[in-house]
Write a protein of this length. Structure first.
Length: 322
């Protein structure tokens, strides 16, 4: 049983003054990503579409069908990357795709590994060298799974794809984040079975982008662990985690839903420093945006929330922290 008292953690700096408010409400949301103009692109997986919240507050459909797009992010050229999954109904793409917002070009980056279809690409990030990292678990229906591995993959600049993590190092990879200096990789391990991992792992990356020196950052067990996560420019992790109503014997309500801010120490272990409470199940993901990188957008259930924080996000694009 966890002994951490999550409820008494202070609010993240900046959030206390601005508060958390709903930006818009839809259905089951995931994968927020913010462009340089302040437009937020986010996934409505259940309704099989990608939505766009413009900087002026107008909401529109960016793509329908989305092929069950889940996680999204921007690469260093400002192109939007999509993890097309296989959850919440048929029609999942089970691939990683890219949209050039300037030209409208939409292309497949990878849809098979060693001849087999991916399970359900879930979350994605880009390092300062332009390398793309994505996770490929499978939650829910597994009847059409072709792989025995639920892994983490890297797409290099030449388009080649390498599997860089798999079981038993990570039971079921979900959220993922990488530092822009390409030295550290963080992976959420979220295995929804009794006794399954609820951990965040940290890996050193070598010059080629291969992980080594695996260390635990934080363990949310027995509550619902992390889903998506991001980094700020000071190296703090912002993790979307927790639940109000447990969905089965694999999790408890010990971790209330919120964005958990943690500062990894020299030993790699995370020290919880703040929590931004989110008044809705199920919190899924987050992204930094705004002209200064200090606006945090959070997807949870049917709602896209936003708040202000004190430190800008560490992102590949837009480069307010360049």
């Amino acid at each position: 049983m966890s002994t951490t008292s999550y409820a008494v953690l202070p609010l993240a700096a900046g959030a206390a003054e601005a508060g958390v408010r709903a930006a818009t409400c839809v259905a089951f949301l995931e994968g927020p990503a913010v462009d340089a103009a302040g437009n937020v692109y986010f996934s409505d997986i259940e309704n099989n579409r990608i939505l766009k919240l413009a900087a002026d507050g107008r909401r529109s459909v960016f793509r329908e069908p989305s092929f069950r797009t889940n996680g999204q992010t921007f690469d260093r050229e400002g192109r939007l990357l999509h993890c097309e999954g296989a959850e919440f109904g048929p029609g999942g793409g089970r691939r990683v795709t890219r949209t050039d917002l300037a030209t409208g070009r939409y292309e497949v980056l990878t849809e098979r590994f060693e001849g087999l279809r991916y399970n359900s690409p879930n979350d994605i990030c880009v390092d300062g060298r332009g390398r793309v990292y994505f996770t490929d678990p499978r939650y829910g229906d597994r009847s059409d799974v072709e792989m025995t591995v639920e892994g983490v993959y890297r797409i290099d600049a030449d388009g080649s794809v390498r599997r860089i993590l798999q079981q038993p190092d990570v039971e079921r990879p979900n959220g993922i984040a990488v530092t822009q200096d390409a030295k550290l990789l963080y992976v959420v391990d979220s295995h929804p079975v009794p006794g399954g991992n609820r951990k965040i792992w940290r890996f050193d990356l070598d010059e080629q982008g291969n992980p080594q020196n695996q260390r635990p950052v934080f363990d949310f067990a027995p509550g619902r662990g992390g889903d998506g996560m991001r980094l700020d420019v000071e190296g703090n992790l912002y993790v979307a985690a927790g639940i109000l109503h447990p969905r089965g014997p694999h999790e408890t309500a010990d971790v209330p839903p919120g964005v958990y801010v943690m500062a990894p120490g020299r030993d790699g272990k995370g020290r919880l420093s703040a929590r931004i409470p989110i008044p809705e199940d199920v919190i899924t993901n987050l992204a930094f945006g705004g002209a200064d990188g200090k606006t945090l957008y959070i997807t949870a259930g049917k709602t896209l929330f936003q708040t202000r924080v004190a430190v800008p996000g560490q992102v590949a694009y837009p480069r307010w922290n360049a």
